[in-house]
Design a protein around this ligand. Structure first.
Ligand code: ADP
Length: 803
């Protein structure tokens, strides 16, 4: 509604405002920079300090003309003017009343216009207005709540307002953000219209704020998700670059190394293929590791690297002699072997196999061979190997597959031609996981091993320059096909004298050095060494002795530290202090003659041993029982013994019917240890005869020998081991087959000094020597008694009879 009576026009300077406006009753300060505006201000200050503030439509316009200005503005009073540095001025104004712009009367040097002030409307509060005021308050509250932009202070002052025009203007000035909206409110000269317009704007703004809030929430969510995705993606990228770079670097490194390594064609192809595969794989693929490890294995093998052989036999003999006492025959055989290799100019000889009890120096002599020929040494123990994969490796399809021990050993050696020792070749066994022996055969076979294929490597590797050597404790359990390829060198047990020399010359200095003591600081007299060997060891080799010497050296070291002495001489007294009381006595406790018990002799994995053979006869039906884990050959030999005895028993007054009513039991303790071989034949015969006749057997006598049905004593193997066992057991006499007489030269004199060896040809002689009493005389009706001198090929009925 327009005002009823027009007010008079006023001529007044005009200030065009950019982006802001002043409502009546509002105080505002702002900066003025434009020259025209400053001039207008100056003019106003000269007059009555009143100025017409009107918004320009386009805020960018520097020189607004009459048409650029809105038609409604505010007449304001300038309250304060402050000159700012530069040419601008800060002014403080207070709006007085609305005015309409009627005409611009001057544009230069400042705008001047005729304006018509709007009369302040009479504050008639109609119901309409009241309702509108209330609605405005509500809409404003809604708006404030949803927009969150209104300060508490504004909220409070607006809530307190009741005058409709002032309420509308205050809200417009303080709350509305858009210039157009404010201008709209300024231009509503009628209060009711003004409030209505304001309400519409507030409702619109509230809705917009709600929308905005929703949008914002959604955007925020989206941003958060995006940010999270982005962050994660960046992290993955970082990880991938990190990994990828490293892997690609690895690939490059391996490629370079491959180019420099003289691998064979197949290996090169395989390695290149793997590297290509890796470079195509996405970073972080687990297979990369598998492939790279494989290539590393290929490159780690000693392609083309060899050591030069020294085939100087004198030097070899010196090296072998330096570290090992005795073993003359073994050393001779080794030198012969090396001589043949040298003549052939080819290191592919037969495969040596050192056989002997533990601790006799098999491993250390092989080590010495490696040193003598100037090759690297690697060792692989086959004890307990049952899986072919241990030798040949697992295929790469298995998780965690690695090459077999051969390839691993070659890598360790770092040359293509090391001395490769297979220890305990007799302790290998086969089961469902394949036969390691056949894999080993391939490795040892000179025809095949130039292209040995490991399951993991899947490429041929040349093992033909490797010098393979093996060791075993016994030949019995080596598969025949393998045994066929081996050249056996027996390493016998040591006598006490040999042990004493080894202990003094080699083991003691070695242990003294190993314990960091100075040479000669611990001495052990011959007598004490003898006491140690006799009193604390029962072995074929010198392992226990070496351990005992190490213990003595340790104790001596402690003593030297405690007393400050520079050296210790280990006397008998000290020996007792260091090692405790003697554990073994040389004299056997049981020397009394016994019925049905005979000392047999046998060779086992740990060297020669004495073996008691027991026989018992009891009421029964003629059965023969054999116990003590006897092998087939030993059982057969027991049957042969029984047959011989049955054939001759009537001679000793035992009727043939006796066997129908009696059972015979032969037992060989220790029952859990498997025993085999025919060499206990004489012992079993003697035990049987003693049990039958009740004549005791001399317990200081031991015997060995196979028997025939005709009572002949056949030769046996391992005489030296057996004699040493008898010697160690403190026995006095050994009955041995006559044909073993040739082995006597191997037996050390000191053993022979203590041990009487009697060679026998016939079982009769054995019985005569072993039993404490002669057997009952033969009956005179035995015409064949003269047959003692008859050759053995005679038919059984005419064979030799008892003496
Ligand atoms: P094996 O392989 O036969 O079981 P080792 O080679 O392990 O025996 O020998 C055990 C220890 O005894 C090693 O320290 C070795 O040097 C030493 N030894 C064995 N025989 C002799 C010897 N004849 N001379 C010097 N030392 C020996």
């Amino acid at each position: 509604m327009a005002t009823k009576r027009k007010t008079a026009l006023t001529r007044i300077p005009v200030l065009a405002m950019r982006g802001m406006m002043v409502f009546p009753h509002m105080v505002l300060h702002f900066d003025v920079g434009r020259a025209k505006s400053i001039a207008a201000l100056e003019k106003a200050m000269l007059d009555d300090q009143r100025i017409f503030l009107v918004a320009q439509k386009d805020t960018e316009n520097e020189e607004p003309a009459a048409s650029d200005l809105y038609k409604v503005g505010t007449i304001a009073q300038v309250k304060q003017v402050l000159n700012l540095p530069g040419d601008s001025i800060r002014v403080l104004v207070e709006g007085e009343r609305r005015a309409t712009l009627e005409a611009i009367v001057q544009e230069e040097p400042f705008l001047e216009a005729d304006v018509r002030p709007v009369r302040a409307s009479a504050a008639r509060q109609t119901d309409d207005i009241k309702a509108l005021v209330r609605a405005t308050h509500e809409f404003f509250a809604d708006y404030a709540k949803s927009s969150m932009r209104t300060s508490q202070e504004t909220l409070r002052s607006v809530t307190a307002l009741t005058k409709p025009d002032l309420l509308a203007d205050t809200i417009a000035a303080n709350v509305l953000t858009q210039l157009e909206d404010r201008q709209t409110i300024l231009e509503k000269l009628d209060v009711k219209e003004r409030l209505e317009a304001l309400c519409a704007i507030l409702v619109r703004e509230t809705r917009l704020s709600e929308l905005e809030k929703n949008v914002q929430a959604r955007v925020k969510q989206q941003i958060e998700k995006n940010q999270k995705d982005y962050y994660l993606r960046e992290q993955i990228k970082a990880i991938q670059t990190e990994l990828g770079d490293k892997e690609q670097n690895d690939v490059e490194e391996l490629r370079e190394k491959l180019a420099k390594t003289p691998v064979n064609d197949e290996a090169r192809q395989k390695a290149e293929r793997e590297l290509d595969r890796v470079s195509r794989m996405a970073a972080g693929t687990p297979e990369i590791g598998v492939s790279l490890t494989y290539v590393e294995w290929i490159l780690d093998l000693p392609w083309g690297k060899t050591t030069e052989d020294h085939l100087d036999l004198k030097r070899a003999a010196r090296v072998l002699g330096r570290d090992h006492y005795g073993l003359t025959k073994v050393k001779e055989r080794i030198i012969e072997y090396l001589a043949v290799l040298r003549i052939k100019q080819d290191m592919r000889g037969p495969i040596l196999c050192f056989v002997g009890p533990p601790g006799v120096g098999k491993t250390s002599i092989v080590r010495a061979i490696a040193e003598a020929v100037g090759r690297k040494f690697v060792q692989m123990s086959l004890g307990g190997v049952r899986d072919e994969a241990e030798i040949r490796g697992h295929r790469r399809t298995y998780v965690g597959a690695i090459p077999g021990r051969i390839i691993e050993g070659i890598k360790r050696a770092g040359t293509m031609n090391p001395v490769f020792l297979f220890d305990e070749i007799d302790k290998m066994s086969s089961d469902y996981r394949g036969d390691p022996a056949s894999a080993l055969l391939e490795v040892l076979d000179a025809e095949q091993n130039h292209a040995f294929r490991d399951h993991y490597m899947e490429l041929p590797f040349d093992l033909s320059h490797v010098m393979f050597i093996t060791t075993a404790n016994s030949l019995d359990t080596i598969p025949p096909a393998l045994l066929d390829r081996l050249e056996i060198i027996e390493v016998p047990s040591y006598t006490d004298v040999e042990k004493m020399e080894i202990g003094r010359r080699h083991l003691l200095p070695k242990q003294v050095k190993a314990h960091g003591l100075s040479e000669g600081s611990v001495t052990i007299s011959k007598k004490t060494m003898d006491e140690i060997i006799e009193g604390y060891t029962r072995e074929a080799g010198v392992r226990t002795l070496e351990r005992l010497i190490a213990r003595v050296v340790r104790k001596a070291a402690v003593e030297m530290l405690n007393t400050g002495e520079k050296c210790v001489n280990v006397t008998s007294q000290k020996r007792k202090e260091y090692l405790g009381t003697v554990q073994y006595l040389r004299e056997p406790t049981e020397q009394k003659s016994l019925v049905g018990v005979v000392n047999g002799l046998a060779v086992t994995d740990v060297g020669g041993v004495t073996l008691a053979v027991e026989c018992a006869i009891m009421q029964g039906t003629g059965a023969l029982q054999l116990t003590g884990k006897l092998g087939d050959v030993m059982q057969e030999s027991a049957r042969a013994a029984l047959s011989w005895v049955r054939e001759h028993c009537d001679t000793w007054g035992v009727p043939a019917e006796f066997f129908k009513q009696h059972d015979i039991h032969i037992h060989v303790p220790e029952g859990a240890v498997p025993k085999d071989g025919p060499s206990a034949g004489v012992a079993m015969t003697t035990a049987l005869v003693s049990a039958l006749t009740g004549i005791p057997v001399r317990q200081e006598v031991a015997m060995t020998g196979e028997i025939t049905l005709r009572g002949r004593v056949l030769p046996i193997g391992g005489l030296k081991e057996k004699l040493l066992a008898a010697y160690r057991a403190g026995l006095k006499t050994v009955l041995a087959p006559a044909e073993n007489r040739k082995d006597l030269e191997e037996i050390p004199q000191n053993v022979l000094n203590k041990l009487q060896v009697i060679f026998v040809e016939q079982t009769d002689e054995v019985l005569r020597l072993a039993l404490t009493r002669p057997l009952p005389e033969a009956k005179p009706e035995s015409p064949e008694i003269a047959g003692l001198a008859v050759p053995l090929i005679q038919p059984a009925s005419t064979s030799v009879r008892g003496v």
